[in-house]
Design a protein around this ligand. Structure first.
Ligand SMILES: [Zn+2]
Length: 443
């Protein structure tokens, strides 16, 4: 049942009856919602649980409104077993990914399928009041539309998941000294949404939600050890180890943008140090170097862009490279080589099966990805790269939004929370705001 464990494999397992109960409840639900098992006998086989336990757990989950009996399966002589289905439309999840320069806001079902979404430009530096008010407006616009479309005017919100472009203390849902988010430090993002929607809320760094999105619905499905690298304005990584997000003791695991490179340390990074990776290879660095190249007459393409638009962006550099502009090709190749050099170390250290490159800069062409690949394969140990795949994000812009939804879904159905919820006899279709410690706190 390898894939099932991927949902909650980080949960502390205990040998107490309470722990076993929580685990078997969660296992049964996971088997059905992942599509691995559709009948009681199949659940029993995959979970290694006896018939009585399976029946009890299925009954509990059905009474709680999480499972339902489907139509009878095809008969093969005797009485066909009843098909069980996860009630993915019993409620919805509100998900938001807040980037440095845009917000993506959506409503998903409990299987992470996006039912409605909206993306617009936004400046995270405008502060939490402005940005979060806008996110709430969009939620309040999308939610009635989804309810109307599903013909369910009272369809409840079961949870909220939010990704932010900076470090987040996962246990409290507050940003922690985020460098590009003035006014956000310590802001109670989780509490604000929890009050407004009267539902559990989880907040995390957007790179983590992107990694989770790829794991659950993107190119990392079925994998256990993944490195997700976002090359946007800045650079960050999300680490999935043994099927679970590794957030680290302070929640800032994967903050690789400020790792030292071997470049001459003549560029001061926004963090105050010199020689940081993102100060040479991030989107802001590409835009800066592209602008200099335009002004110095080293790129005809970028000089034209500068004359027309008054500035040069990372996207302009990518476009210039794709059209064969030599300076831009060099800039992107250098960025890819620098990212690849650090990744080679991480690959040797962590031995992932898959490295996913995402973020705005990565989407612009193959040059950067090719340079990353070439460097990683050249510099890593042969054993670490024998089965290694390095690929572009499959979900692209959507990874963060989908991942934010799955963060909430995974937490809602985590064993301890699920057991408390089911045992409390909360009315079907509405999870109680049970006071279960968050998983990082449990661990
Ligand atoms: Zn730095």
């Amino acid at each position: 049942m390898g894939e099932v464990q991927a949902f909650h494999s980080d949960q502390t397992t205990t040998t107490t009856p309470v722990g076993e109960h929580a685990d078997s409840l969660s296992t049964v639900l996971d088997l059905v919602r992942s599509g691995i098992a559709r009948t009681r006998p199949e659940i029993g086989r995959h979970a290694g649980l006896g018939r009585t336990v399976v029946t009890q757990r299925v009954t509990q989950l059905t009474v709680s409104g999480l499972l339902e009996e489907g139509a009878l399966g095809p008969s093969s002589g005797g009485r066909a077993p009843r098909e069980l289905r996860f009630r993915a439309r019993a409620g919805v999840i509100l998900a938001a990914e807040l980037g440095a320069t845009s917000i993506s806001v959506g409503v998903t079902d409990l299987a992470g399928v996006v039912l409605a979404e909206h993306t617009e430009t936004a400046d995270i530096a405008a502060g939490p009041e402005t940005v979060l008010s806008r996110v709430e407006e969009v939620f309040d616009d999308l939610l009635p539309r989804v309810r109307a479309e599903l013909g369910s005017p009272e369809l409840p919100v079961w949870g909220v998941g939010v990704g932010l472009p900076g470090p987040v203390e996962f246990a409290t849902g507050r940003p922690s000294a985020p460098p590009i988010m003035p006014g956000w430090d310590g802001y109670p993002v989780r509490d604000r949404f929890a009050r407004r929607y009267d539902t559990p809320v989880w907040v995390d760094n957007e790179v983590n939600t992107m990694a989770l999105g790829e794991l659950r619905a993107g190119s990392a499905r079925g994998q256990r050890d993944i490195l997700y690298v976002k090359i946007g304005t800045g650079i960050g990584a999300g680490l999935i180890s043994n099927g679970t997000l590794h957030r680290g003791s302070q929640g800032c695991a994967g903050d690789i943008g400020h790792a030292a490179t071997s470049e001459e340390d003549d560029v001061v990074c926004r963090c105050g140090n010199t020689g940081c990776l993102e100060a040479y290879a991030g989107g802001a660095a590409l835009a800066r170097d592209g602008l200099v190249a335009a002004k110095e007459g080293r790129s005809r393409f970028l000089a034209d862009v500068l004359a027309t638009t008054g500035t040069v962006t990372a996207a302009d550099v990518s476009r210039a490279a794709q059209s064969g502009d030599r300076t831009s090709v060099e800039l992107l190749t250098r960025a890819g080589r620098l990212v690849g050099t650090l990744l080679a170390t991480l690959v040797s250290f962590f031995n992932p099966a898959l490295v996913i490159i995402g973020g705005g800069v990565s989407g612009a062409g193959d040059l950067l990805l090719a340079a990353v690949r070439e460097t990683v394969y050249r510099r890593s140990l042969p054993l670490a790269t024998r089965e290694l795949r390095i690929t572009r994000s499959a979900l692209s812009d959507r990874a963060g939004l989908v991942g934010a939804a799955f963060m909430a879904i995974d937490e809602l159905f985590a064993p301890e929370r699920l057991a408390r919820w089911v045992d409390d006899g909360s009315p079907a279709g509405r999870p109680a705001l049970v006071d279960v410690p968050l998983r990082t706190a449990v661990l």
